[in-house]
Design a protein around this ligand. Structure first.
Ligand code: ADP
Length: 403
C-alpha cells in the first residue's frame, strides 16, 4: 500500500515517525536475536500494539494442515481461550487480509459482516477497530498481524499501516527462520533418540555371540532385541507422522461421522490388549450428534489415548470413553483408573520424546504418541487436555466441531 502524504502531514508526523523507526530498529534487533517462536511472537505483538498506539495486537498463522488461521499469540490476557480459536479464510477479516495479501483498516468492526465474532464472544475483549497486515514470505502469505482498537480520536492512518507493514516484513522472516530451526532441531532430537535402542541392540547382539551364554540368558537377550526393534519401528513411523504434521504436509480430510461408531471401532482394536490386563472398557457415547473431522486422524488420537489408558492402567482397571456436547463442539474424554501422572510431570506430557521417569517399568514407548495426538487435535481447532491424580487415574479430553 502506498502512502499519500501531503507535505503538511509529513512535517507534523516527522518526529513521531522518527521515533517509531528507532523503535522498529530496536525490535528488529530483538527479532534476529532469538529462534524461540513463542518469544518472537510476543515481541512482535507487543511492538505492534505499542507502535500503532492500540489496546491490543495479535498474530494469526496459517495452520497448513487445516487450511485455517489460528491465533498464535495475543497481548490479550485471555490467551488460554484465544489459542483454541481458528478463523476460516473465507468470510473473516483476517482471512481476507491473508488471501488478498493487502493491509486492511476496519474502523467499525461491529458493523463489518466479516468480523469473526467468536473471538469477542469467547473472550472478554470488545473489538472496535482493526488494522491488519499480511505476513508474507517468498511471495506467499503465512499469517496476519493485527492491531486492535486504536486509542485516541483519529483512527488508523497511513503511517500506522506503513509501520505495521515494516514490522510484519521483519516478523515474517523471523518466523520462517524459527520454523526452519525447529525442523532441524526435530531431526537432531530424533537422531539422538534413535541412539538408545540402537545401543541396546548392538550390546545385546554382541553378548549373544558368546558361546558360553546360558540358555535362559540367551532368551532374555533375544526378548530385548525384539522389544527394541519394535520400538525402533514404531519410532520411525511416528517420527514421520510428526514431521508431516509439523511441516504442514499432512492432509486433513474433513467429513461428518458418528463418534460413537468410531470409538466402538477403536475399542474393538484394543480389546485383546485390554483383556491381557483384565481391563474393562466402557463406551458412553450413544445418541450424540455427528462431528466434522478427519476420521482417520481422530482414530489415531483415540487409539493412542486408549492404548496409553491400558498401558498405564492397573490389572483389573477400567477405562471410560465418553462424550458431551458443549456449545457447538463435542468433547470426547478417555478416563482410566491407572497409575496417574505426577503433577511435576504434567506440564511436559505433550513434549516430544517425553516419558514420565518410571514409565519404562510399565511399558515400552517412544514418547511421541501424545505429541502427535495434540497436533492432530489442534489442527481441528481443539485442545488436548489432561487431568490426573496419582494412583487414581488420568483423563484426557479433546473437543471437535459438530457437523
Ligand atoms: P509413550 O506411551 O509411547 O511413552 P506418549 O507420548 O503416548 O508416549 O506418552 C508420554 C508419556 O505420558 C508416557 O510415557 C507416560 O509416562 C505418560 N502417560 C501417557 N498416558 C498416560 C496415562 N493414561 N496414564 C499415565 N501416564 C500416561
Amino acid at each position: 500500500m502506498t502512502s499519500e502524504y501531503t507535505g503538511k502531514e509529513r512535517r507534523r508526523d516527522y518526529p513521531i515517525m522518527l521515533k517509531r523507526y528507532e523503535r522498529l530498529l530496536e525490535v528488529t534487533r530483538t527479532l534476529t536475536s532469538t529462534l524461540e517462536l513463542p518469544v518472537l511472537l510476543h515481541t512482535i505483538i507487543a511492538a505492534a500494539a505499542e507502535l500503532t498506539g492500540t489496546e491490543a495486537a495479535s498474530i494469526l498463522l496459517l495452520d497448513a494442515n487445516s487450511g485455517q488461521l489460528r491465533f498464535e499469540a495475543t497481548t490479550n490476557e485471555d490467551l488460554v481461550t484465544m489459542d483454541e480459536i481458528t478463523v476460516p479464510l473465507e468470510g473473516s477479516i483476517a482471512g481476507s487480509i491473508f488471501t488478498s495479501m493487502k493491509p486492511l483498516i476496519i474502523s467499525d468492526a461491529a458493523s463489518d459482516p466479516r468480523h469473526f465474532r467468536k473471538v469477542d464472544s469467547q473472550t472478554s475483549f470488545d473489538t472496535r477497530s482493526i488494522l491488519g497486515v499480511p505476513l508474507i514470505s517468498k511471495d506467499k502469505p503465512i499469517g496476519v498481524l493485527q492491531a486492535l482498537n486504536k486509542t485516541g480520536p483519529d483512527g488508523f492512518d497511513n503511517s500506522d499501516v506503513q509501520t505495521l507493514e515494516t514490522l510484519a516484513a521483519q516478523a515474517a522472516i523471523a518466523i520462517v527462520n524459527a520454523r526452519l530451526f525447529q525442523q532441524s532441531d526435530l531431526i537432531a532430537e530424533m537422531v539422538h533418540e534413535l541412539r538408545t535402542p540402537l545401543a541396546a541392540l548392538t550390546a545385546t547382539s554382541h553378548i549373544l555371540m558368546r558361546t558360553d551364554l546360558p540358555a535362559e540368558r540367551r532368551a532374555e537377550f533375544v526378548g530385548t532385541i525384539s522389544e527394541e526393534t519394535d520400538r525402533l519401528a514404531k519410532m520411525t513411523t511416528e517420527f514421520l507422522d510428526l514431521a508431516r504434521l509439523e511441516s504442514g504436509r499432512a492432509r486433513f480430510e474433513r467429513e461428518p461421522f458418528e463418534m460413537a461408531e468410531l470409538a466402538h471401532e477403536c475399542v474393538g482394536i484394543v480389546i485383546p490388549q485390554a483383556d491381557s490386563k483384565n481391563i474393562a472398557l466402557h463406551e458412553q457415547l450413544l445418541g450424540l450428534p455427528n462431528v466434522l473431522a478427519d476420521r482417520g486422524k481422530i482414530k489415531q488420537v483415540l487409539l493412542n489415548l486408549l492404548t496409553n489408558a491400558i498401558k498405564y492402567n492397573r490389572d483389573g482397571g477400567h477405562i471410560y470413553v465418553a462424550g458431551e456436547v458443549k456449545g457447538k463442539r463435542l468433547t470426547v474424554s478417555v478416563r482410566d483408573t491407572g497409575k496417574g501422572i505426577p503433577p511435576e510431570a504434567l506440564p511436559h506430557i505433550f513434549e516430544k520424546f517425553y516419558r514420565v521417569p518410571d514409565s519404562e517399568g510399565w511399558s515400552q514407548g517412544t514418547g511421541l504418541g501424545l505429541t502427535i495426538a495434540k497436533r492432530i487435535v489442534e489442527s481441528h481447532g481443539g485442545k488436548l487436555n489432561v487431568e490426573s491424580t496419582v494412583n487414581t487415574g488420568t483423563t484426557f479430553s479433546f473437543s471437535l466441531p459438530l457437523a
